[in-house]
Design a protein around this ligand. Structure first.
Ligand SMILES: [Zn+2]
Length: 438
């Protein structure tokens, strides 16, 4: 079948939100940078394993056949080095990953390096001001812990990407719409107010078991973790009814300098492991909404186990990022047969019960809005009132690179040892000017 050029429409219908977009109207084109490692689809976790990196190649294939790659900068990531990975993971764990011989683990470790390289590369693009939105669909592996692999995640590319963003941004907001709790990222930043984590997930008898509404952070990080525990069958309307008011309030109160959105596609209807009922459009509404704030935005993948729908979702979200509306009729591509019998981009929700009642949802919304109201308005501003340091910014920069990695995430409140982070904050302040080199 011949490839027909896909129709792309302008984004007048993609108005996003009616919220203020201080820098520009929402229809403004964003500079989008997209990371893709062509070999990622070759990694194979083994027969019957639900995690299939091939889905990233399928999504990319749709992106190319819709000609979306012409509307953004496409880069191949540098694989993350062991030194990069050690910025979060323990030495023993990194050594273990480097030495593994079983094929499955070795494939996972290589895929992990590409995934982490893309997220770090995306952060560097945003840090330099070279892009407004940076996409890495191979990233979003939110379960990996400092010393252990978890839930098909070996290296936590998100934590590494956020650490890179923190070199130039005072506050980073992390939003996670995977059906599973974003536990690895939450844990990494549980005791700091420099990263606020917000996770929407199925809670109760479900992996990984964490993410209770009462888990709000600890020490200096208290109220900077937000958990939205949900039940089976979440549909577009229910999701939007929580996502928009909560995120709007977080944006207003926390005022992040950069946002990271984990777009795990296992929250879509019909996912092999998930239990929500979102359409591609409903899922993408989260990206559309965050995009409307005109804050530097990193967009990552995550879970997603019905791979034809993962490809649809991430292709459509790429279109939302660049600001076009792709034709629902799929262009012909190498993987066309996966998308039968209707060969369209959008999916219909399933006819299943939404176990989240309107009153439950309202209760959750009110409890969480109350949590948000307790957090300090735009924290770290007080640090600007500190007496200026005598060291030059260059020296502080070096100190920042050498800072003991545990300070950001070792489960203890680092408010008990504020000196350790002082150079880091000051270095960040010194670099908040628009001229970001290196
Ligand atoms: Zn997941």
């Amino acid at each position: 079948m011949p490839a027909s050029p896909p129709a792309l429409h302008g984004d007048s219908s993609l108005g996003g939100s009616s919220l203020p977009s201080p820098a520009a109207p929402d229809a403004r084109k964003r500079r989008v940078s997209y990371f893709y490692e062509p070999s990622i689809g070759d990694y194979y976790y083994g027969q019957g394993h639900p995690m299939k990196p091939h889905r990233i190649r399928m999504a990319h294939n749709l992106v190319v056949h819709y000609s979306l790659h012409r509307l953004m900068e496409v880069s191949r990531p540098f694989p993350a080095s062991a030194a990069d990975i050690r910025r979060f993971h323990s030495d023993d764990y990194v050594d273990f990953l480097a030495s593994v011989t079983p094929q499955v683990l070795a494939a996972s470790a290589s895929a992990a390096n590409a995934s982490a390289g893309g997220s770090i590369g995306a952060a560097v693009k945003l840090n330099r001001g070279d892009a407004d939105i940076a996409i890495n669909w191979a990233g979003g592996l939110h379960h990996a812990k400092k010393c252990e692999a978890s839930g098909f995640c070996y290296v936590n590319d998100i934590v590494l990407g956020i650490l890179e963003l923190l070199k130039f941004h005072r506050r980073v907001l992390y939003v996670d719409i995977d059906v599973h709790h974003g536990d690895g990222v939450e844990e990494a930043f549980y005791t700091t107010d420099r990263v606020m984590t917000v996770s929407f997930h199925k809670y109760g008898d479900f992996f990984p078991g964490t993410g209770h509404i009462k888990d709000v952070g600890f020490g200096a990080g208290k109220y900077y973790a937000l958990n939205v525990p949900l039940n089976d069958g979440m549909d577009d309307e229910s999701f939007r009814g929580l996502f928009r008011p909560l995120i709007s309030k977080v944006m207003e109160v926390y005022q992040p300098d950069a946002v990271v959105l984990q777009c795990g596609a296992d929250s879509l209807a019909g996912d092999r492991l998930g239990c929500f009922n979102l359409s591609v459009r409903g899922h993408a509404d989260c990206l559309r909404f965050l995009r409307s704030f005109n804050v530097p935005l990193m967009v990552l993948g995550g879970g997603g186990y019905t791979i034809r729908n993962v490809a649809r979702c991430w292709c459509y979200e790429t279109a939302v990022a660049v600001g076009v509306e792709p034709d629902n009729k799929l262009p012909y591509s190498e993987y066309y047969e996966y998308f039968g019998p209707d060969y369209v981009l959008h999916i219909e929700p399933k006819n299943i019960e939404n176990k989240n009642s309107p009153s439950d949802l309202e209760k959750i919304r009110n409890v969480l809005l109350e949590h948000i109201s307790r957090l300090q308005h735009a924290p770290s501003v007080p640090f600007q009132e500190r007496p200026p340091k005598t060291e030059s910014p260059e020296e502080e920069d070096e100190e920042m690179d050498q800072r003991p990695p545990c300070q950001l995430w070792n489960g203890e409140g680092y408010d008990s040892d504020p000196e350790v982070l002082t150079p880091h904050y000051d270095a960040v302040e010194n670099h908040s000017a628009p001229n970001h080199e290196n």
